[in-house]
Ligand binder design. Sequence first.
Ligand code: ZN
Length: 280
Amino acid sequence: MDIIKSFMLEDGLFKGAFISADKTVSDIWNKHDYPADLRPLFQEAVLVALALSAGIKYQGVFSLQIKGNGPVSLLYVDVTTDKKVRGYMAFDEKSDFKDKKTLTDLFGKGQLIFSVAGLGQEPYQGVVALNHPTLVDTVKDYFRLSEQIDTELILRQHKDQGRIILIQRMPDKTGVSKEEIADLWETVTVLLNSVQNKELFSNLTVDEILFRLFHANKLQVFEPKEPCFECRCYRGKMENFLKKMSIAERGNLYNDRGEIDVSCQFCGEKYTFTRKDFND
Ligand SMILES: [Zn+2]
């Protein structure tokens, strides 16, 4: 089962999240016809988006975008408050991705952008340059430089399966010295990095894995959430988009049958409009 399991360590000094989302990733992936060599990147982006969105409270949509001038120009994933996930990529169809593994190979010069948007939600955006081979290292860099929040995350992939565990230091609590917090942080990050793939990709439950890792660190686990793929496109949204165009702009979109076909980039759903829809 796909799961987002939030937890706390050391009386709330650190918060964390464990995510397993194999079905969600497959469901999104299967909506597209992308080269198999790009699947690990896509899976990594979905898991990172779920991990980061698990760590914040928001009403609306959390999005993660990687943009660049390389053979992959865009990777976009978004996650709603109730953990509906979707995503898509834009890339050069003529490129061969077999030997392109690092973020720089794939995106060239670029940026990672997180944002949160929604009703009654303070808009938030974070940006960091792509200076590391992996998305995970880029995310760590972002938190270190921009937010000054100690963040450790591990991401492991095994075939079409992926697991991510994130831990972050919470704002310092009173009554605990900085040295003590630093020692505890070192302990939990060493423990986190000790996790074995044979544990992560076994029949152990998430609770069992977390207990094995952190049973000596005042582990508290919360009710799990279940992510899933769901697109939020609907006909009216596409219609409004087309209505906002000028008659001339829209005129260029009609095909030989006098129809405009619009496909959703996230889920491939096709919407067909005729001249009657716009009184053109
Ligand atoms: Zn859609």
